[in-house]
Design a protein. Structure first.
Length: 317
């Protein structure tokens, strides 16, 4: 009976959090009352999400106490570091220079769990890095480079915490480490990281872009190719590598990448980029690619040149 009442009460707590969604301040204030070690895990995570969205000063001491609680005993109370990662995300808007040592500990935490004994604390290092960069940007840059280089402890599925490290370096305009990574050997298990480095290099000197086209232009990894096209089309000096893009459209058989690229070019609103698509479409004979072209160009039909190509495609079906 006692267990049943406890479960019911906790369920009420989550329902109350959700009922306060239209009043974020009240929701966060109520969430603060749930920031305690004995709170059930699902309730605690929901409360942390609310506090992260709407910071309230009263949450800060509770967050710090909770972090100490879950970090004790080498993280045995938080296997996988999920709670500590959420705690740091909630703490970030409230972080102070005095939290530097806590954040340094987080960004250097590694925890190897059975049965594979792979590191499970990558998200914690990522969250710690973001908050550390807020209070000590120089130290944050150094740790970002360290995490970017730590391929052995980079998660194969998400690329964390190296993906976050690349984002931090991009925000801080520290582009040379990203360029070094992007020019290095490709690793299939780190494609997310490579793509993020490329994505963050849109402010690099345009004179250096051809070296990355040469390095990755013939990659068979879709994620890396998408990162390369993000760089080329989002560069601060304007679209780069237009000849390469035109050749890629004509030659590729990667329908997933082709769909992304064609749609992005058409949606850009740039007459020059649209013309690249139209020029490629006039010579395209692959039925799948023609279908992709038809769907993308339908977004801007009404333009005489576009309508001409669409008519040609429809007649070829």
């Amino acid at each position: 009976m006692e267990t049943s009442r406890r479960t019911s009460t906790q369920s009420d707590a989550i329902r109350r959090l959700r009922s306060l969604a239209s009043n974020p301040q009240a929701q966060a204030e109520y969430a603060c009352t749930l920031l305690a070690p004995r709170t059930r895990r699902d309730e605690l995570m929901a409360a942390l999400e609310a506090v992260a969205s709407t910071p309230v000063p009263d949450a800060r001491p509770r967050l710090l106490d909770l972090y100490d609680h879950f970090a004790a005993q080498e993280g045995k109370r938080d296997r996988g570091a999920y709670v500590r990662s959420a705690l740091l995300k909630a703490l970030r808007p409230l972080v102070e220079p005095g939290d530097r040592d806590l954040l340094l500990a987080a960004v250097t935490t590694y925890e190897y769990l059975p049965p594979a004994f792979d590191d499970a604390a990558g998200p914690l290092r990522a969250a710690g890095l973001i908050a550390l960069s807020d209070v000590d940007d120089e130290l944050g840059r150094y740790h970002a480079v360290r995490l970017l280089a730590d391929r052995e402890n980079t998660a194969k599925m998400s690329g964390e915490p190296a993906v976050t490290a690349a984002q931090v370096l991009g925000v801080q305009h520290e582009l040379t480490p990203l360029f070094l990574y992007a020019m290095g050997p490709a690793h299939p298990d780190c494609s997310e990281v490579m793509a993020e480095c490329l994505h963050q290099l849109t402010a690099m000197p345009s004179a250096m872009v051809p070296s990355l086209i040469e390095r990755h232009g013939e990659s068979d990894n879709a994620i890396v190719l998408l990162g390369l096209f993000d760089l080329l089309l989002g560069h601060e000096d304007g679209p780069q590598g237009l000849d390469f893009i035109a050749d890629f459209l004509a030659a590729t058989r990667r329908e997933d990448v082709y769909r992304y690229l064609v749609t992005t070019l058409v949606a850009s609103g740039s007459p020059g980029l649209l013309e690249i698509v139209l020029a490629s479409a006039r010579f395209e004979r692959d039925r799948e690619k023609m279908a992709i072209l038809a769907r993308a160009l339908a977004l801007v039909e009404g333009d005489p040149a576009v309508d001409e190509v669409l008519t040609m495609i429809n007649q070829s079906k």
